[in-house]
Design a protein around this ligand. Structure first.
Ligand code: G6P
Length: 369
């Protein structure tokens, strides 16, 4: 397996570092920036039905569910179609309202997660159109879907999902752009700009990976924390959830992800001079609001680690540690802002001496309910 790990100590690290390539592979052949064209034949076949559907329901578990949450914000913003995001396990056991022609997007790395599979099986029987965003080619969810798009991230071995997540976001961004163009809810300039922003992601991801040593040093500083809080707003709120999930999975440190503004309704009670609070605070339309949330944490002596955008002159003066990312449009930013969080949890897990590729009690693919 040393060879399979391609010189990296763990599959997780290898997969984090593969992201510039896997995101590129996901966009390649689909996104034609020069002509401003997105080609996804499966989705295009259903485009008319999707834009006319009353709503889209996204069904997933775990990290894939977080990708669904980002997609909710992106699709509603760009396509003006109402989106609901459901945990597959909840959706399948309640008596959900599904009408003929409803559109369901199932997101799954493995394509074998039992709860997701059964949930879409039921919905399909009731006449829903099932679109699958799947990594594993030929998997059960891919086969059950009417149409879909593969993420082309390659086999993911590390139990904690990394490159599959950014692949899912890349696909979902293209789906949203394609639908918005089809429906006419996006103007041409914004469309072309977002196409460009997408193409620039692999290079920016590469630049972020160069911060590895810096992130490792931060991980070592906080590795003995017993709790951690991850906060973000808007497109970065699901990234905060994903950061907390990664830390739990790999380092067994209790972590909670929260919308930054919602912390005052609970998690703020945990803040003391021992608590690391990770803010996903890249430059976007929520930035000013996030800055005041950081001030609220600092006023209570919490330790703030902030993921910020280059050129930010405010947060470095407030935070204990900053990780500085290249600028990106807020719609595509989660593909970048998640990378330092993946590295952070990886290094904390390694520093604590855990088997990061096979965390205790977790399975790569949960084929039982
Ligand atoms: C397990 C894995 C997670 C994954 C989740 C959903 O819990 O450990 O990494 O996000 O299942 O899996 P799926 O294959 O459906 O994306």
């Amino acid at each position: 397996t040393a060879i399979e790990k391609g010189g990296y100590d763990h599959f997780m690290l290898k997969e984090i570092f593969e992201q510039p390539r896997t995101i590129y592979d996901c966009l390649r052949g689909r996104l034609d920036v020069e002509n401003g064209k997105i080609t996804m034949s499966g989705i295009q076949q259903y485009a008319e039905q999707i834009v006319n559907a009353g709503r889209i329901i996204i069904i997933a578990c775990g990290t894939s569910w977080h990708a669904g949450l980002v997609a909710e914000y992106v699709i509603e913003e760009l396509c003006r179609i109402p989106v609901e995001v459901e945990y597959a396990s909840e959706f399948r056991y309640r008596n959900p309202i599904i009408n003929k022609g409803d559109v369901i997007i199932a997101i799954s790395q493995s394509g074998e997660t039992a709860d997701t599979l059964v949930a879409i099986e039921k919905a399909k029987e009731q006449g829903a159109i099932i679109l699958g965003i799947v990594n594993a080619v030929g998997s059960s969810i891919a086969r059950l879907s009417h149409a879909g798009a593969y993420t082309h991230s390659g086999p993911e071995i590390g139990v904690a999902s990394t490159k599959a997540f950014t692949g899912q976001l890349a696909v979902l961004n293209m789906v949203a752009l394609l639908l918005a163009a089809h429906k006419g809810t996006i103007d041409r300039d914004r469309y072309l700009l977002l196409c460009k922003e997408l193409t620039a992601i692999p290079e920016k991801a590469e630049a972020i990976l160069k911060l590895d040593a810096e992130i490792k040093a931060i991980a070592e500083k906080y590795k003995d924390a017993s709790n951690a809080l991850f906060l973000g707003r808007g497109y970065n709120f699901p990234v905060a959830l994903e950061g907390a999930l990664k830390l739990k999975e790999i380092s067994y440190i209790h972590a909670e992800g929260y919308p930054a503004a919602e912390m005052k309704h609970g998690p703020i009670a945990l803040v003391d001079d021992q608590l690391p609070v990770v803010f996903v605070a890249t430059k976007d339309s929520y930035h000013e609001k996030v800055v005041s949330n950081i001030q609220e944490i600092k006023a209570r002596k919490g330790k703030v680690i902030a993921i910020i955008t280059e050129g930010d002159t405010v947060i470095p003066g407030l935070a204990d540690d900053v990780i500085v990312l290249p600028a990106a449009d807020e719609i595509v930013a989660p593909m970048l802002s998640v990378i330092p969080l993946q590295l952070l949890s990886y290094h904390v897990g390694v520093a604590k001496g855990y088997d990061v590729d096979k965390p205790r009690n977790l399975a790569k693919s949960v084929t039982v309910e």
